[in-house]
Ligand binder design. Structure first.
Ligand SMILES: *[C@@H]1O[C@H](CO)[C@@H](O)[C@H](O)[C@H]1NC(C)=O
Ligand SMILES: *[C@@H]1O[C@H](CO)[C@@H](O)[C@H](O)[C@H]1NC(C)=O
Ligand SMILES: *[C@@H]1O[C@H](CO)[C@@H](O)[C@H](O)[C@H]1NC(C)=O
Ligand SMILES: *[C@@H]1O[C@H](CO)[C@@H](O)[C@H](O)[C@H]1NC(C)=O
Ligand SMILES: *[C@@H]1O[C@H](CO)[C@@H](O)[C@H](O)[C@H]1NC(C)=O
Ligand SMILES: *[C@@H]1O[C@H](CO)[C@@H](O)[C@H](O)[C@H]1NC(C)=O
Ligand SMILES: *[C@@H]1O[C@H](CO)[C@@H](O)[C@H](O)[C@H]1NC(C)=O
Ligand SMILES: *[C@@H]1O[C@H](CO)[C@@H](O)[C@H](O)[C@H]1NC(C)=O
Ligand SMILES: *[C@@H]1O[C@H](CO)[C@@H](O)[C@H](O)[C@H]1NC(C)=O
Ligand SMILES: *[C@@H]1O[C@H](CO)[C@@H](O)[C@H](O)[C@H]1NC(C)=O
Length: 757
């Protein structure tokens, strides 16, 4: 087992389908954006026009085999497999706007519903009928339809507006769909065009990886009694929106995942009529007009479809976030108040608890226990034999220690460490337990005190209510968004650590355990897991408030989210040694679905507002048209989107820049009163040292529901900040609602990603 690999890479390996890079790149896939207004009237439709353009751009008569997909909703255009010369010829065609290379895509209980406050007696579950009649679509690795989480007991009828299908394919009969799983489609033409000789062993929506089964049941799985991971996390499993319908669009394959397939999947989901889309993957380092997620989700936004995306697993480093797209919600990952333990009994003298997720059975009899210090001498460790080995993590070499103990094949490993980042070590294939250094002194004393010390181990203890929780995980990717730094990202945090959800019963549930262990449920970690939590909560809010726009749903979640943990201290960040989490890690806060039902005020935005933002990013007309499909004259460019957060850059890079020189940044926001008719909101701002912040006016008097009022936030500070990030909050309160949004001041770069080609 690859425990020596840094845990965040390891995570990538378990949660991301392997990618294949095509080597013989004579022809390659391209996604071609076309201007439909340039289509001659003679053509009956866009499909025949695209084929005609394709045929005139190449000599071969096989042009139709070069065509991969025609897209209808997300963009005007198609994808095709083209040689460099054919691509150049195509660029001369009338109506050609732009093309992007078909790049690979990375994917990145249950108790978590209880932890975020969902309960049958009050709040978002009863108010939304548990998401009844809402359709959640996921683009992922497919689905294991036999999972109990997809039973349709208690489900309402399939909504009549549903236009989707359940496609048959390898090991997938369309009769496997039901009132819970209402759609199953698969997209691999792009993958096959890239790799013509590839073998698709399971050519259907069936999940051969596990990721999609897990994410879809996290969002909207039905109730399953007695779920567990080998005796850990035992209980009744259910998704966030147990009454919502699920539609799976498989575009991430074991053999690789490509943009052309992802766009086709989102395009189809829009046609089929999903209400919410969950995307637990993203592309790093691309400007918005080259990002298939950004392009495809703009069309979703225009149809009122809410889109949840994962921030990525590249933390704790700043500016690593993907899906920093202004019209979606970008979700960070947090811990929950649950620990998985083993207990080390030292003779009959004393017992010590520690973290463990060892899935196997372990003898309850006494075994000799030895202290091996740094456990850096593999030869010595191998000589130990059938004993419990105690290692002390003094030099920050825990990964090496765990690896050595694994190779040495001793009876069990006990690691004395205060490392707070143990999530990926504890999911081990051999018996291990991680004990903090204070309790570790007891273990060391015991071994010293006795001439032939013995100990026993018991595993599979689950402890609920641990504090503090949540914390932001260290792997969760941090903002600011590289593609659009002017909109603070991530937006929100949701449970992402060791989330229990359904798992295909024929895919091993433990990496490296021999013989393979199988389970109908698995514990996975990542922003891939936090993203479907938000998709499920969005389904609840959509069920309770069918008229809310995607921006309104996002605003409601953000402004009501929690900034304190369960010990009533500011939520901390494991990635910065448990310092208070900044909004660049946490977003506005941790999701609180019950409060989001009744936010009081919302920060709304529509497609025109996003276009104004794109204009202010100085994108070319073609860049903008690639995203929006329509021509825009950019008469009102503005970086100041009506968003429920603020990020202000104090990063002046002039030669005469001086920490003492002052500058002022101004933001304008409009809030809509969706609470009671008459209400008066008063502003308060937490102070940020070194900055003067004012809100004008600082009182908003609403006379009626749906009334909109505006205010200005003014932040005075140095032209160039000394520290990287400072933050505070602006809160509007009417005595009933608390509408809080984060304010970040930073000297990080505000240069958006761009690309010449
Ligand atoms: C699909 O399921 C139906 C109903 O169970 C059955 O009649 C049909 O033969 C199955 N088709 C295939 C290809 O297995
Ligand atoms: C695919 O298979 C054909 C025929 O076997 C072979 O000529 C070609 O080189 C292969 N292509 C790749 C990319 O491996
Ligand atoms: C996969 O199934 C689709 C639809 O049934 C079919 O068109 C396609 O040719 C199949 N692809 C492979 C590689 O078998
Ligand atoms: C552990 O023991 C239980 C009960 O005997 C058995 O069902 C289970 O398969 C065992 N687990 C493993 C991993 O061997
Ligand atoms: C661990 O650290 C100590 C003191 O800091 C040092 O003397 C020792 O050589 C280190 N051991 C290893 C294996 O790096
Ligand atoms: C390690 O953690 C324990 C328990 O949380 C604490 O009491 C102890 O002071 C910590 N030790 C160090 C060196 O941080
Ligand atoms: C070990 O011995 C010391 C000194 O007699 C005693 O204080 C301590 O409690 C003992 N610890 C254990 C775990 O036996
Ligand atoms: C866009 O261009 C204008 C004029 O050159 C410039 O002032 C502004 O800073 C640019 N905006 C961005 C986001 O680069
Ligand atoms: C830009 O477009 C808007 C909306 O379509 C229109 O009202 C305005 O007159 C246009 N401005 C220019 C300069 O063309
Ligand atoms: C400031 O400008 C210098 C020189 O152009 C550059 O190397 C540096 O990265 C810039 N710093 C910031 C914070 O943008």
């Amino acid at each position: 087992m690859a425990t020596h690999i840094p845990f965040y890479l390891w995570l990538t390996i378990i949660t991301i389908p392997h990618l294949i890079v095509s080597t013989l790149a004579q022809s390659d896939n391209y996604i071609i954006h076309m201007d439909l207004s340039a289509m001659p009237k003679a053509f009956s439709g866009h499909q025949s026009w695209y084929l005609a353009i394709l045929s005139s751009a190449m000599d071969s008569s096989e042009f139709s085999s070069k065509h991969i997909y025609t897209y209808s909703n997300v963009m005007n255009g198609f994808s095709a497999s083209l040689s460099p010369a054919e691509l150049e010829a195509l660029k001369e065609s009338p109506g050609y706007i732009s093309s992007i290379w078909d790049s690979p895509v990375r994917a990145d209980t249950t108790h978590s519903s209880h932890f975020i406050g969902l309960n049958p007696n009050s709040g978002a579950w009863p108010a939304s009928n548990y998401g009844k009649d809402v359709i959640v679509g996921l683009v992922d690795t497919g689905i294991w339809p036999e999972s109990e989480s997809f039973k349709d007991d208690g489900m309402s009828e399939i909504p009549s507006r549903w236009k989707g299908e359940c496609e048959s394919g390898t090991k997938f009969n369309s009769s496997l769909c039901n009132k819970k799983l209402i759609g199953a489609r698969f997209f691999n033409k792009g993958l096959i065009a890239k790799n013509p000789n590839i073998t698709i062993t399971v050519n259907s929506t069936r999940d051969t990886e596990g990721h999609g089964t897990h994410t879809s049941t996290t969002a909207a799985g039905n109730y399953v009694e007695g779920a567990s991971y080998f005796g850990y996390a035992t209980g009744k499993a259910r998704g966030m929106a147990p009454q919502a319908h699920v539609a799976m669009y498989k575009a991430l394959w074991d053999q690789g995942s490509y943009t052309s397939d992802v766009i086709a999947a989102i395009d189809q989901a829009i046609t089929d009529g999903v209400d919410v889309i969950s995307l637990s993957f993203g592309l790093d380092g691309v400007p918005l007009y080259k990002d298939p997620v950004a392009i495809a989700t703009f069309a979703a936004l225009e149809r009122g479809i809410f889109v949840s995306t994962s921030a990525g697993n590249e933390g704790p480093f700043i500016e690593t976030l993907h899906n920093g797209i202004p019209w979606v919600i970008t979700v960070a990952a947090g811990t929950v108040d649950r620990q998985f333990n083993g207990i080390l009994s030292l003779g009959d003298v004393v017992s010590v608890a520690g973290l463990s997720l060892y899935p196997g059975n372990f003898s309850s009899s006494q075994i000799p226990i030895v202290f091996m210090g740094l456990c850096d001498n593999l030869k010595e460790l191998i000589k130990v034999g059938n004993k419990i080995v105690v290692c002390e993590d003094k030099n920050d070499t825990l990964g090496e220690q765990v690896n050595n103990v694994d190779i040495a094949k001793v009876a069990a490993g006990v690691f004395l460490t205060n490392n707070s980042d143990l999530e990926f070590f504890i999911q081990s294939s051999f018996p291990v337990i991680f004990i903090n250094t204070k309790d570790g002194e007891v273990v060391k004393d015991y071994i010293k005190n006795y001439s032939s010390p013995g100990a026993s181990l018991v595993f599979k203890k689950t402890v609920l209510g641990t504090k503090p929780a949540p914390s932001v995980t260290s792997y969760s990717s941090r903002g600011p968004s590289q593609s659009c730094p002017f909109v603070l990202k991530p937006d929100i945090t949701a449970p992402g650590s060791l989330v229990l959800a359904a798992w295909p019963k024929n895919i091993p549930a433990v990496q490296g355990y021999s013989p393979s262990l199988f389970s109908n449920f698995n514990l996975l970690s990542g922003t891939s897991m936090s993203c479907p939590h938000i998709a499920g909560v969005a389904a609840l809010l959509k069920g309770a408030h069918p008229d809310w726009s995607p921006a309104a749903i996002r605003s409601a979640m953000m402004t009501t989210s929690d900034t304190l943990d369960n010990s009533l201290s500011p939520i901390t960040d494991i990635g910065t040694d448990n310092q208070p989490a900044t909004p660049l890690a946490l977003g506005a806060g941790h999701i609180n679905p019950n409060k989001a039902l009744d936010p009081g005020l919302i920060y709304d935005a529509d497609s025109e507002d996003y276009v104004n933002l794109l204009c202010a990013l100085n994108y070319t007309e073609k860049n903008i048209k690639t995203i929006t499909k329509s021509s825009n004259n950019c008469s009102n460019p503005s970086l100041d989107l009506n968003y429920p957060s603020f990020i202000a850059f104090f990063n002046s890079n002039d030669s005469d820049s001086d920490h003492e020189l002052k500058t002022v940044k101004e933001f304008r926001r409009t809030v809509t009163n969706i609470g009671e008719g008459q209400s008066t909101y008063v502003a308060s701002v937490t102070s940020i040292e070194g900055f003067q912040i004012s809100v004008i006016p600082n009182k908003l008097v609403f006379k009626q529901t749906n009334e909109k009022l505006s205010y200005m936030l003014r932040i005075g500070g140095p032209r160039l900040m000394k520290e990287k990030v400072a933050f505070g909050y602006l809160t509007w309160e009417d005595g009933k609602h608390v509408v809080r949004i984060p304010i970040v001041a930073t000297r990080l770069s505000s240069e958006p990603l761009s690309s010449q080609s």
